[in-house]
Design a protein around this ligand. Structure first.
Ligand code: KIV
Ligand code: ZN
Length: 511
């Protein structure tokens, strides 16, 4: 029997720390459900002390998720730990992850604490966390630049206080594989009772070494890897879940452990995260990039046709590339629609909501005869809106674009239930649509990103548009999907404004 390698996903916490990747509670819930379906062991759902929104998201995930452990992050202070403890209370399995910095530069310049004080605070934090759950993880922030003797000392102390998982983060992505593996090996050798805890690694990708460092640490004895989908995360990101899982799975001849992850859920999960955050996946990205299994050169194509394994070390279907199968069509009924939503983890709260979503599904099926899971995700992204997000809604649109003429958009938008007509001209129909919306929204936002992706293949595919807007330091991503990409663009812009509206009382007090 091989050891289990625990997969700790932090897409919803460290991933969300990528500038521009903030997610709503409902988006986080959808990702959490997909992570559970993928059989991720631990979902780090957020940092409850950071804001009420974070607290609510962690609590909602703790209520919804039954199979994976739901974890909340807390700095090593009483208020943070208690907030994390309250947030995970409803969880079937809840974990508190508390951390404090241990490198000389962080202790001296950031915390302004002595090493003795840091050890004392870490021990107290573990004690507070144990009042809520037995499953307590302790992280030595910036362990990658900490002194080994000090790490031995603090880990010994927190294990005695009851921590069950010891995490050794390379917070600034400074380590190289040999060195990092040596650190893990030394800690396991020197820390008393090291065999009573799980050793965990958390690597950042500043030098592009996050996955390599994590895998080297696994060879040295680590049995938990902290990672994110698509490698999302602070600065250059965290170790990519899909790469770690598939490296270990594909190279079972060298790794002494394996994960429980259902790898066929990887590509759908990657697409979901990319759609929600608006962070596209580069085509040549390992495992989840559009070209990851494409062979361009004639020699390679010839080889693969003769014998697949000449150039392929994994099967595309094993990571979920073929889940893009036809699931529903225009003749599918309400029950088939509901049960497919359920299968892909989308819970519809009420019959009224289901009826509304089903009507929109029928409209889509009329325009686009084959409906795939990705279409359902996009449709439901539009559908799942909380009342505070439904300030603006696109009712109807007309666009005029002709060679030699200035493009024009005429829109009818519902503003808090009241229909408003608006028109504008622009350099193209998308520009005209955004200007038309701005004539009444007057949002004062800056457009940081506009991107269009085809959700599935074919010219009848829905276009999924992401619009990223910033206002006074707040950044939101809006999504919209439609077979008409101009309509999708208008929906995405309104969706972003709705999210901002939730953050600011009203964008334009006159409306
Ligand atoms: O990178 C880091 O050190 C972290 C800790 C909070 C684990 O994200
Ligand atoms: Zn981190």
């Amino acid at each position: 029997m091989k050891d289990q390698l625990i997969v700790f996903d932090t897409t919803l916490r460290d991933g969300e720390q990528s500038p521009g990747a903030s997610m709503t509670r409902d988006e986080k819930l959808r990702i959490a459900r997909q992570l559970e379906r993928m059989r991720v062991d631990v979902i780090e759902a957020g940092f409850p002390a950071a804001s009420n929104g974070d607290f609510e998201s962690v609590r909602a995930i703790a209520e919804a998720i039954k199979e994976s452990t739901v974890c909340a992050l807390a700095r090593a202070n009483e208020a943070d730990v208690r907030r994390a403890g309250e947030a995970i209370k409803p969880a079937a399995r809840g974990r508190i992850h508390t951390f404090i910095a241990t490198s000389p530069i962080h202790m001296e310049m950031k915390l302004r604490m002595t090493p003795d004080q840091v050890v004392e605070q870490a021990v107290r934090a573990v004690g507070w966390a144990k009042e809520y759950t037995d499953d307590v993880e302790f992280s030595a922030e910036d362990a990658g630049r900490s002194e080994i003797d000090f790490l031995v000392r603090i880990f010994d102390a927190v294990i005695r206080a009851g921590a069950k998982t010891i995490n050794v983060p390379d917070t600034v992505g400074y380590n190289v594989p040999d060195q990092y593996a040596r650190t893990i090996r030394t800690l396991i050798e020197r820390v008393p009772n090291s065999d009573k805890v799980i050793w965990s690694v958390h690597c950042h990708n500043d030098l592009g070494l996050a996955v390599a460092n994590s895998l080297a640490a696994v060879m040295a004895g680590a049995r938990q890897v902290e990672c994110t989908l698509n490698g999302l995360g602070e600065r250059a990101g965290n170790a990519a879940l899909e790469e770690l899982v598939m490296a270990v799975r594909t190279r079972q001849d060298v790794f002494p452990c394996d994960t429980r992850v259902d790898s066929t859920q990887i590509v759908p999960a990657s697409k979901l995260v990319s759609g929600v955050t608006g962070f596209p996946v580069q085509p040549n990205k390992a495992i989840v990039g559009a070209n990851a299994f494409a062979h361009e050169s004639g020699i390679h194509q010839d080889g693969v046709l003769k014998h697949r394994e000449t150039y392929e070390i994994m099967r595309a279907e094993d990571v979920g590339w073929t889940t893009n199968k036809l699931v529903l069509g225009k003749h599918s009924g309400r029950n088939a629609f509901r049960s497919r939503l359920h299968e892909i983890g989308i819970v519809v709260e009420s019959e009224e909501h289901l009826n509304h979503a089903f009507a929109r599904f029928k409209e889509l099926a009329d325009k686009k005869h084959e409906i795939f899971d990705e279409d359902l995700h996009a449709l439901m992204s539009d559908e799942i809106v909380t009342p505070e997000q439904e300030h603006y809604r696109l009712v109807s649109s007309r666009f005029h674009s002709e060679t030699g003429e200035t493009p024009r958009a005429d829109l009818t938008v519902s503003v808090d239930g009241q229909e408003t007509r608006t028109s504008a001209e622009g350099s193209g129909p998308v520009d005209a649509a955004f200007k038309a919306i701005e004539t009444f929204a007057n949002s004062g936002t800056e457009l940081l990103l506009y991107s269009v992706n085809a959700i599935t293949t074919g010219t009848d595919a829905q276009g999924e548009v992401t619009v990223r807007l910033a206002k006074e330091g707040k950044v939101v991503n809006g999504q919209g999907a439609d077979t008409d990409i101009i309509v999708a663009s208008a929906k995405a812009y309104l969706n972003a404004l709705n999210k901002l509206h939730g953050k600011f009382e009203r964008l334009n007090p006159q409306i």
